[in-house]
Design a binder for this molecule. Sequence first.
Ligand code: C2E
Ligand code: MG
Ligand code: MG
Ligand code: MG
Length: 283
Amino acid sequence: QAKTQGGGRYAFFGVDLRERVQRHMVLEQDLRHAVQRDELWVAYQPVVDLRVDRTVAVEGLLRWSHPVHGTVSPAEFIPLAEESDLINPIGAHMLHTAAGQLADERERHELDLQLNANLSPRQLEDPDLLANVQQALADSGLPPHALCLEITENAIMQDPAAAARVLNGLRELGIGLAIDDFGTGYSSLAQLRQLPLDILKIDRTFVTDLAESEELEVIVNSIIAMAHAVGLEVVAEGIETPQQLAILRTLGCDQAQGYYLGKPTSIQELFPPNIPPHPEKTA
Ligand code: C2E
Ligand code: MG
Ligand code: MG
Ligand code: MG
């Protein structure tokens, strides 16, 4: 965060701005072919349920292996995709890939592991969204209850009535719904209460200084209490230290995600292919 802000100070002048505009244009152009060229892949980060100390879900996070620029962060290319109408095909591709990979591993290891996937605001407006989600489930065999879609509060607040219709449609498919990055936008739990949500994810910015700030602890405590009061489970993001995890446990946080618990990794790293399949499955 500090780094990008530091860079921003120079970005108004000369060479750096030109470089950034150039990179923006090149990436936006190249993104058009990224799916066909198979440059997009999904990293998976474990989500640990603190009540049973077990990984119960993984969040799928898109990665772009660019032939020249190396790994490009979704924080950089998702906004480009949103600007250029590529987000819907990329989002559909992501869901299809991740559902397929998760369904395979669930079967191979007889695991009840849930897939969490992010939806961008533009995908919420896509008339084909429901059909795409249904198709990803049908093609992969992933059961609907094993899929949870994450939506940021700002995506919902752009048009709450329209968002409610889409979320209700998704809910009817039997999938779970989470509100992502809670606390960074302008929604309130009173507004979110009207929506068919299952999970509230507390943004990482609340976790970062949790061990140094009693004030933050009070805030996070009340977010958790309010979420529980309206029937939502709470996931905290961005746990990097055992101290942060310990505090979240005492505050009654249900699930946690962060580098301390596991970094996003490829499906092959998460489930090494040399692990033999479940004995009963070999015949
Ligand atoms: P997000 O959904 O809030 O995902 C969490 C981000 O925090 C991920 O960044 C993850 O790698 C990072 N993170 C996890 N644990 C820690 C930690 O302990 N410390 C720190 N500093 N960071 C942590 P990533 O993978 O770069 O993704 C950034 C954002 O890009 C995501 O934020 C999400 O909004 C978006 N994104 C990623 N994949 C997709 C996708 O398939 N579709 C859409 N629409 N957006 C995506
Ligand atoms: Mg997310
Ligand atoms: Mg998040
Ligand atoms: Mg976040």
